[in-house]
Design a protein around this ligand. Structure first.
Ligand code: MSP
Length: 513
């Protein structure tokens, strides 16, 4: 995490066969938290998200609506983009797989792989899940209630289709050893480490070659060296990570290989086996880290279009702005594990963390300082050891957690700081000091330390709740630019300028219910 170091971070690109839902939002927001954090420590961040618009699933959704594919995907891509704007994502680019810039890179990359001798023709038949856009092995299939045979996808709970075609195959098996070596040499390639075993087991059980062309799917990138065929949607979509930079040129030179691909745990096989093998075959360097987050569940089921339990994140965002939802999904789910979303838990967390704890502390401290002093009073270094220690601990714990993508621990570090500050208000009773002229210096010191504490909390909140943190920092005299994270408690305390005029703050998080 060196200042100036390039940090290219991507998310999975969403299928546009339905509206954006909380599962998609979860991934995009958490990636945004990481991107914003890396910018605040001075890294040169490029953050890209986008939409996956080809394939049989999208083609059929368009047909079901009775519109042509391009009109259909244009409408949904606009919806995804609008959702991410509402959620305050700070992406630098939004890549769509139907864009010409993407199509060209897909074609050139596959031409390279072809020229290298890694493609051959063969026929294939098997069970295909259009929800996953992937073939399923017999072992993976399950029997639906009442069905005699196991033919259904366990994720989408729908029968698979039997597909039989002559296709071009990519020699995935040729990369088995190279992938094993890569995993051995780079223990941090797939995080959290609990996910590594799944992929290592896939490698150990042996890799089969994969079909990369489709004759039956017209809605895809045409293969230049095989007229009448399109690229299998996954082997088109993965290339977005490169096409968003261009296959050559300044962006590619600066940002490739990616520092971090953020994806869901259901698609590790594609990102940790297919994608690195394609890159090896094309002679390109591999991404440094793939982080697989868990699922947001609702009543124990993964949210998805096909299951029909879609929670529209925008309903909450329309009502409360993006920050409460951003806080909930970042702080309440251990990053890497699964999390449950219920309206009741959301409301409980909002009231406990945001209204009562952070919001209340902030308005109490600012109101006291504004009322008793009107401006930031002078510090008394070393005289407020409890607050100074809490600031130092929060900065250290937060930095450590963020470095290892433990976003929930970073939020917990902020909450420990605000809890200590709340306790200190109770214990030190600045409101009593204010009534006693002889304690003026002591009051200056405690108010200064509390202000430095809430300012530190606001700085650390910026990646998670950018809008609210900016309001908090503005009330403390900051400009419009994000405030960089101070290195230690002394820098945090020194960052508060004595004499800055303070105003009564507007309430940040009015209680719900
Ligand atoms: N189009 C592919 C990804 C191609 S990346 C080159 C895809 N699309 S998706 O729309 O099904 O999912 C997009 C991302 O959202 C995936 O990383 C997936 O894991 C994530 N999520 C979808 N539903 C989710 C939850 N309910 N919870 C958390 N994340 C989930 O896969």
């Amino acid at each position: 995490m060196e200042p100036g170091e390039p940090f290219y971070i991507t998310t999975a690109i969403d299928y546009v066969n339905g509206h954006p839902h909380l599962g998609h939002a979860y991934e995009k927001v958490t990636a945004d938290v990481i991107a914003r954090h890396r910018r605040l420590v001075g890294m040169d961040v490029r953050f890209v998200t986008g939409t996956d618009e080809h394939g049989i699933k999208v083609q059929r959704s368009a047909q079901a609506q009775g519109v042509d594919e391009q009109t259909y995907v244009d409408g949904l891509a606009a919806e995804f983009l609008a959702a991410w704007e509402k959620l305050d994502l700070s992406h630098d680019d939004f890549i769509r797989t139907t864009e010409a810039r993407h199509r060209e890179v897909v074609q050139r990359l596959w031409e390279r792989i072809h020229a290298g001798g890694d493609l051959y023709e063969a026929s294939y038949e098997g069970w295909y899940c259009s929800g996953c856009e992937a073939f399923k092995t017999d072992k993976e299939l399950v029997a639906l209630d009442g069905a005699a045979e196991a033919r259904a996808c366990p994720i989408h709970k729908r029968d698979c289709e039997w597909i039989s075609e002559t296709n071009l195959f990519f020699r995935l098996s040729a990369y088995e050893q190279a992938l094993k070596d890569h995993f051995a040499a780079h223990p941090g390639f797939l995080q959290p480490t609990s996910r590594r075993n799944e992929v290592l087991a896939m490698l150990d059980s042996g890799l089969s070659d994969i079909s990369m062309s489709r004759e039956s799917v017209t809605w895809g990138v045409p293969i230049t060296f095989r007229p009448g065929s399109t690229v299998y949607v996954w082997l088109d979509a993965l290339i977005n990570y490169v096409s968003a930079l261009g296959l050559e040129g300044p962006l590619f030179d600066r940002y490739w290989p990616a520092a971090l691909h953020v994806i869901g745990k259901d698609i590790t096989r594609f990102h940790c086996i297919f994608w690195p093998a394609m890159l090896m075959s094309a002679g390109l360097p591999l991404p440094k880290v793939v982080f697989a987050h868990g699922w947001i569940l609702s009543g124990g089921e993964k949210l998805s279009k096909s299951l029909g339990n879609v929670v529209d994140p925008l309903d909450l965002v329309d009502q409360l702005g993006p920050d409460p939802l951003r806080w909930y999904i970042t702080s309440e789910v251990r990053y890497g594990g699964d999390g449950e979303f219920t309206a009741a838990r959301f409301e409980e967390t909002y009231n406990a963390h945001l209204a009562n704890d952070i919001g209340n502390l902030f308005s109490r401290v600012l109101n006291m300082a504004a009322r008793y002093r009107g401006q930031v009073p002078p510090a008394r270094p070393g005289k407020e050891p409890a607050i100074e220690a809490a600031i130092g601990a929060a900065l250290a714990e937060y930095a450590e957690a963020m470095e290892h993508f433990a976003l929930h621990d970073a939020c917990a570090a902020i909450r420990r700081l605000t809890a200590t500050l709340n306790e200190q208000v109770q214990a030190r009773e600045p409101f009593r000091m204010a009534k006693d002229e002889s304690r003026a210096e002591e009051l200056d010191g405690v108010l200064h330390a509390l202000l430095a504490g809430v300012r530190t909390a606001a700085i650390l909140l910026q990646p998670v709740m950018p809008g609210s943190a900016a309001k908090m920092l503005a009330a403390l005299g900051a400009g419009r630019e994000p405030v960089q994270i101070p290195a230690d408690a002394a820098a945090a305390i020194g960052g508060l300028e004595i004499g800055t005029a303070l105003k009564k703050p507007e309430p940040l998080f009015p209680r719900l219910g």
